[in-house]
Each structure stands twice: as structure tokens, then as C-alpha cells.
Design a protein around this ligand. Structure first.
Ligand code: SF4
Length: 421
């Protein structure tokens, strides 16, 4: 499938926040800390919790790219924050702060035996990106993904995605499309970096007038592919052998999982993707390694005495019940954090979904937004609940949008929209 025939026109360098380049929001400065693959050690999560408590508003926001945001940071605390992140290994090379955007299948090795070690590939890719000075030119929106084969990260249409196939080869997809590039497991990281280098070779990437592979014409994408296909260990298969790649993978359930090796893991949903510092500390105590997911949950890959920890974390406000009304529910910052917002969307989402006696349904994912910009909207089919200033517009793919006031009618409209047609 060719790239979009009408790529968007960018006005200049993207303004994505980072750990060093803070964004001034209505509730103070916002720092976005990249966590490649969503991978964190307990020590790193504890450091983030301490930073949130002492330098921010006491919460950690999980993003759709499995990163962490701190809000309400005083600009005078920026240097102290950078020092803490550096000491925790969360800021390996300052120049690459905003470009270490890597998704990794969070349940790899937890509910399956994957063809390759996703966490190891993510770490290798992160190190390879940080070793390339020219990749500091990537925009903060350029996205890599390492999939375990199930399609949960490829479906986010990353600019460069690695997907192992059953034939022992890795599909190197661009913007979520299989253009026929194949390589071996041991070459995949090098090839992903070669694609990114091909992208930043374009002067417009340096000028900031292209941010993502989707900003290129089909001919420009084809030129990058042709160049990468000449790399050692890479070949291009004919069109007939190319794979349709998944567009949407349903959000996995939550709770205690028995791993293939007999140990136990724990998957927890985080209501509206916001962890308190106390919840983060408790998660860090439960497991030495943690994985944030692109659907804003947390995976504890190995937990000793998982049922006991599930109970403690549930008591602390995290979700382990597969029937919880919080599953599949996300929201942008809304008021008071964002001046653009027409409503406190988190409060309205909490009112609609938090009441177990009349929750706003289950089914399709739902994303609440304060304006048309739609920050953090999940990929795939999703119900958008857009603040209009005098209520909400509830919009599901393939259905007419309805306009409703907050209250029981809103919860009912969301419930109907979430049902599969
Ligand atoms: S969607 Fe609009 S209101 Fe929500 S965070 Fe983005 S810009 Fe702000």
C-alpha cells in the first residue's frame, strides 16, 4: 500500500515535550520521560515516584507510547529533575531525549513464548539509536516498535516496526505497512536504524517540515526502502509474499496470569492512566521489573505471591478485575491541565465510568477529549467523547455522532456507542 498521496504539511520542528524540553501547561510544566518498550526497573519507577511527589503534582501519567509524564513541575526544578532522571538511567544521552520512542509488546514472554526476546531487542535498539548522533534530528513523534508477532505494537503504525514471522525472518514495516523488507533476527536493529537514517537524510527532517514516514510521498518511501534493501542481510520479497498487518488488537485482560514457565505475572489497569506516587511505590515493591503498556496498564512480568499482591494493589486503587468498567477507558489531560480543553474530561469520565451500578458500558475502547486535537487517541476503532462546551459529542466509527449533556444520558450514549454494531 503506498504512503498517503497527500502528506500533511508541517509548520516546523515538533514541540513534543521531553525530560529536558518541558512543555508549559496550564497546571505548570510537563515533562515526558521516554521509557523504551515501557520497560522500567523498580528503582527507576521509585525514582519517578519520588520526582512526582517532590517536584511535580504527585502523579505519574502513562501515555499511549508507554512513556511517563510528570505534571505541575516548577521550571526552577527542571535541572534537579534532569539530574534525578540521569542518575536513574532514564536519560542516557541528552541529545536523544525526545527520540527514544520505542514500543515493545508488553506481554511478550508473559503469556506466550515469543520467537525473539522483545525486551532485549528494545534495549539493543535504544542503544543503537543513542549511538547515532544524526538520529537526534528525528522528531519527537517518530516511533519505533518491536513486536512479538501478535501485532499489538505494529497496529500502532510505527514509522519503523519489527515483526518476527513464522519463517524465521523479521518484517521491517514502514508506517505500519509491509513493503516487503525482510531481515534476520540478529540484523533487525541495524536495519531499523538504517530506515531512520534514511529518513533523517532528507533535509526536511532537519528543518522539521517532515516528522514521520507518513509525511513522505510514496516515491520517497520507495527510495528509502530501495536504499535499505541494499544493506547486508536485507532483501525485499515480491508483493504476493507481503503480509497485511493488523490495524487493531483488542486490549488484553487484567489480573493474575500463569506464565508458560509456571511463574505468575500480574496485569493491572490504571484508571485514566494516572498513577499516584504511592501506587507507583507499591508496584515497584511488587516486582523488580515492570512494563508500561500502550493501553496505559502496567505488567509485572514475574510476581511472587501474585494473588496477595493483586489484593494489595486493588486496595490501592488499581484494577485487577476483568469486568471492571475502567477497562478500555482513556482521557486526555483536559481542564485544568490544558487551556484548550472545554471541560474537565477526567472528572466527567470518572462520573460516567466510575459508578459500578450504571457504568458507561464495555466493548469498544473509549477516549475522552477536551478539544478536536484528540491527544492520546488510541489507534483502531474507538469511541471519541468530545467536549463541546455545552456537553459532549459521542462519536463511534460508522455511527452518527450524538450530542448529550453530562449525566445519565451521557453514560447511556457512551454505553450504546461502545457496543459493536
Ligand atoms: S485533546 Fe485538546 S484539551 Fe485534550 S490535552 Fe489535547 S489539546 Fe488539550
Amino acid at each position: 500500500m503506498p504512503a498517503s498521496p497527500s502528506p500533511p504539511v508541517r509548520g516546523g520542528p515538533d514541540a513534543c515535550p521531553g525530560a529536558l524540553q518541558l512543555h508549559q501547561a496550564a497546571d505548570g510544566h510537563l515533562a515526558r520521560i521516554r521509557c523504551p518498550g515501557g520497560l522500567l526497573t523498580a528503582g527507576q519507577l521509585t525514582a519517578l515516584a519520588a520526582a512526582a511527589r517532590e517536584l511535580g503534582d504527585g502523579r505519574l501519567e502513562l501515555t499511549s507510547r508507554a512513556n511517563v509524564q510528570l505534571r505541575g513541575v516548577d521550571v526552577d526544578a527542571a535541572e534537579a529533575l534532569a539530574g534525578r532522571l540521569s542518575a536513574a538511567g532514564l536519560l542516557p544521552t541528552p541529545g536523544h531525549d525526545r527520540v527514544r520512542n520505542i514500543l515493545g509488546s508488553p506481554l511478550a514472554g508473559v503469556d506466550n513464548v515469543p520467537d525473539w526476546n522483545v525486551a532485549a531487542q528494545v534495549r539493543a535498539l535504544d542503544a543503537a539509536i543513542c549511538a547515532q548522533p544524526q538520529l537526534t534530528r528525528l522528531s519527537g513523534r517518530f516511533l519505533f516498535a518491536v513486536d512479538d508477532g501478535r501485532g499489538d505494537t505494529i497496529s500502532a503504525r510505527p514509522d519503523v516496526g519489527l515483526l518476527p514471522g513464522t519463517d524465521g525472518l523479521v518484517v521491517v514495516a514502514l508506517a505500519g505497512v509491509d513493503h516487503g523488507l525482510r531481515t534476520g533476527h540478529s540484523d533487525a536493529v541495524r536495519v531499523a536504524v538504517a530506515v531512520a537514517r534514511g529518513f533523517v537524510a532528507d533535509q526536511r527532517a532537519v528543518d522539521g517540515t517532515i516528522w514521520r514516514v507518513g509525511d513522505l510521498t510514496a516515491a520517497e518511501v520507495a527510495r528509502i526502502i530501495a536504499r535499505v534493501a541494499t544493506e547486508p542481510g536485507v532483501h525485499q520479497v515480491p508483493t504476493a509474499h507481503r503480509r497485511p498487518l493488523p490495524r487493531h488488537i483488542p486490549e488484553p485482560s487484567v489480573g493474575v496470569l500463569r506464565r508458560p514457565d509456571g511463574d505468575h505475572a500480574l496485569v493491572l489497569a490504571v484508571p485514566l492512566g494516572r498513577l499516584t506516587a504511592g501506587q507507583a511505590d507499591l508496584l515497584a515493591a511488587a516486582s523488580p521489573q515492570l512494563r508500561i503498556t500502550p493501553w496505559r496498564a502496567v505488567v509485572l512480568p514475574t510476581v511472587i505471591d501474585a494473588p496477595d499482591w493483586a489484593g494489595r494493589l486493588r486496595t490501592a486503587g488499581l484494577v485487577t478485575d476483568p469486568g471492571s468498567p475502567w477497562l478500555g477507558v482513556t482521557a486526555c489531560a483536559g481542564r485544568p491541565g490544558c487551556l484548550r480543553s472545554r471541560a474537565d474530561v477526567r472528572a466527567d469520565a470518572t462520573a460516567a465510568h466510575g459508578d459500578r451500578s450504571d457504568p458507561a458500558g464495555v466493548g469498544l475502547p473509549v477516549h475522552w477529549i477536551g478539544c478536536e486535537r484528540g491527544c492520546g487517541t488510541p489507534t483502531g476503532r474507538v469511541v471519541r467523547v468530545l467536549a463541546t462546551g455545552d456537553g459532549y459529542q459521542v462519536d463511534a466509527t460508522g455511527r452518527s455522532a450524538v450530542h448529550v449533556l453530562p449525566g445519565a444520558a451521557l453514560a447511556a450514549a457512551v454505553r450504546t456507542a461502545r457496543e459493536e454494531p
